[in-house]
Design a protein around this ligand. Structure first.
Ligand code: ZN
Ligand code: ZN
Length: 351
């Protein structure tokens, strides 16, 4: 706030609100000044938030109700605090919302302040690491159960539902995203939704799933095949595994995301699969399933890894007509290198 000369910073991204205060509602705003912070919430949440702030369940913030509309309540708070220059989170405020704020408080100068809380969230504290470690163990247990969940002749949707039920049994509050089961030719598309296609002899099957535990997301991908796949498909799977191992080996404090991505990419290029690697190597995990740091080849997004970051390593290769392969594990950056949090076997599961 000093750097941007802000009198106030308005936080409205739900995961950022949760991170800063513990508030888990679907709407709300935190008005942060140099002196204090006020949580502005509507009637659905006000009494719960007050109770939480008093009992220690939430950060010790003043709770301000929204009598009618958020824009009017925000304007009232900012006027009362004599704010002139206010930062806001451009990724969490629509054009329509910003227009309403401007109309409600025409004297305020609004300053786009991107990524401030996200940068704090990228480095996990001991409590967050404890949750992510436990979540990764539980997700690995679900992965170890894949031989009983993935059945030949079942549809992709059947398998996805079986995985979702296993996530629930493992104690996750919900899947972290829509479970991906992509078989045969559909496996060549990295993020396809499960369909009614039945798993057929000769298929490669990409199984990508995750769970949320105490608000924190973990994410894992394993490969299956229906019967022994053709030699070219086996080579694809092995190349991806080698690529993933190479990328994991590079993870350490001070290493750049582009360097980790490069390690994965070089292996696939060596196997003639550079063009088949259609996405970045990984993403941060936390209150959101995709957050900072991004591990990609885009220099503009580059980051240096720092102890306490948790990210996925998930190279893949996708060949039309043959199929696709991806392996994904969750890795914590430690003082001396890395700790792989997910511990399920990476071998191709042949069903
Ligand atoms: Zn995934
Ligand atoms: Zn992922």
């Amino acid at each position: 706030m000093d750097h941007e000369r802000l009198d106030a910073f308005v936080v409205s991204s739900p995961p950022n609100l949760r991170y800063l205060t513990g508030f888990t509602g679907s709407a709300g705003m935190l008005v942060v000044t140099a002196r204090d912070a006020r949580l502005v919430v509507d009637g659905r949440y006000a009494s719960g938030a007050r109770e939480g702030a008093a009992s220690g369940g939430l950060a010790a913030v003043a709770v301000e109700p929204v009598p009618q509309r958020y824009d009017l309540a925000l304007a009232e708070q900012l006027t009362r605090l004599a704010i002139r220059r206010a930062g806001f989170e451009p990724a969490a405020v629509t054009v329509a919302t910003l227009g309403a704020w401007r109309r409600a408080a025409p004297a305020i100068e609004w300053v786009e302040t991107a990524g401030a809380v996200e940068a704090m969230r990228a480095v996990k504290d001991a409590g967050e690491i404890g949750i992510l470690r436990e979540a990764a163990v539980r997700l690995s247990d679900v992965a170890r159960a894949l031989p009983t969940l993935v059945r030949a002749a079942a549809t992709e949707r059947d398998v996805a539902r079986a995985i979702d039920r296993a996530l629930e049994r493992a104690g996750f509050e919900r899947p972290a995203f829509d479970t991906i089961v992509a078989s045969g030719p559909r496996s060549a598309r990295p993020h396809v939704s499960p369909s009614d296609r039945r798993l057929t002899s000769g298929d490669l099957v990409v199984l990508d799933f995750g769970g949320v535990l105490d608000g924190y997301c973990v994410d894992l991908t394993r490969m299956a095949a229906v019967g022994r796949p053709v030699e070219r498909a086996l080579r694809l799977v092995h190349a991806v595994r080698e690529s993933q191992e190479a990328a994991i080996e590079t993870v350490a404090p001070g290493i750049s995301g582009v360097a980790v991505d490069g390690a994965a990419r070089r292996v696939l290029e060596r196997h003639g699969l550079g063009e088949a690697f259609l996405h970045g190597t990984g993403h941060g995990l936390g209150l959101e399933v995709h957050e900072a740091p991004r591990l990609s080849r885009t220099p503009e997004d580059d980051v240096r890894l720092v102890e306490g970051m948790v990210c996925t390593i998930e190279p893949g290769a996708y060949v039309e007509g043959l199929g696709g392969a991806r392996l994904e594990d969750d890795v914590l950056v430690t003082a001396s290198g890395r700790e792989v949090l997910t511990n399920a076997p990476r071998e191709l599961l042949i069903i």
